[in-house]
Design a protein around this ligand. Sequence first.
Ligand SMILES: *Cc1c(COP(=O)(O)O)cnc(C)c1O
Length: 437
Amino acid sequence: MKYYSTNGKAPMADLQKAVVKGLAEDRGLYMPEEIRKLPKVFFDDMAGMSFQDIAYNVASNFFGDDVDEDALQDIVFDTLSFDCPIVKVTDNIYSLELFHGPTLAFKDVGARFMARLLGYFLRSGGSAAHKTVNVLVATSGDTGSAVANGFLGVEGIHVYVLYPKGKVSPIQECQFTTLGKNITAIEVDGVFDDCQALVKNAFMDTELNQHMMLTSANSINVARFLPQAFYYFNAVARLSALKRQTSDIVMCVPSGNFGNICAALFGHEMGLPISRFIAANNANDVFYEYLQTGQYNPRPSVQTLANAMDVGDPSNFARIYDLYGKSHERISSLISGATYSDQQIAETMRQCYKETGYILDPHGACGYQALKDGLKPGEVGIFCETAHPAKFKEKVDAILGTDIEIPDRLQAFMKGQKQSVPMSKDFQDFKAYLMKQ
Ligand SMILES: *Cc1c(COP(=O)(O)O)cnc(C)c1O
């Protein structure tokens, strides 16, 4: 499979190049040149298949030409060492729980898959062979933990997580500062934008790139976003196994950079029977506005309760736009939008807890409410519960008046010893540090 750039001005890339580079030379996003439909027999059999087997079928549709069959199976099975179940919340609304992985958010799936695929390319030769690949990632909290844990212990790869000192929650910080091994946490005396600037400067520095092989594990990477399609297939399979009618499924995805919903749309192109999609936003609603007006006007993000969705210029918009031939009509007939204020998010969390006993996190709450507001008679809705509520324990407890339990695997991080390298926000200091590695 070859990958082209959404900007149309870069050469086609093979999978290895697309994964190692992340972004095309023209700053566009890589897209697979074709999306093959999966055969009818696969859909007929899906309800009786395991999550891992379903995922392997989906993976091989994209990566089967470029990755050896057994290796791909190992990568998929190893990535999915945890389940992504659906849980009934109301009569016609199900939660697709994506928080059963090591860092309790859906980003575990993509990060684990990408780490293992990169590891495979390192072992199997080609341009990436025999060198340590250094992954640089700037984080405001969640991405760093998913990437660090996804890459933990993968041979041939070293990860540097840059995070702003004092600006991430203690629960988030411990998920990437206590790991050791091939993970180095760099505590930058600055804000998130300073961390991002250090990473960007590092990628552009010729001397540094001669010294070491650098790559990013950004969420726009094809190896991070495509595997997210796995759990949408599994959700539909599990729903049909429950003997629910599955002709009118609405998939609702709380969205920030739109990578997660984009993977669902790719699934739909592969034949997954979902009748329509809802992109649920917090107050950062440029996509919602695009659906209404046809105008895409990116703007700076505002801070909200559902902060992993605080994105003012969603990077995967380019993919969705390209996938549907830049047609506003096609996009808006398949996807509808919703947008919620912090006050509405909190109210949804309280209502849902009172009526059903289900504890939503602030991101999932946007998805749940969008289904409540948008489902038509006869439709069944599934929303992504993108993170475990305990990741936002203080906020959730304050809103619900609860004292929710912190899962063991999260507590285990909190008991670890913090290790980090202090760094100024001056690029020369960061470069000098990397040149010594
Ligand atoms: C990253 C994230 C999102 C947004 O997902 P996108 O793929 O960027 O749209 C939503 N919820 C949580 C908890 C996240 O970590």
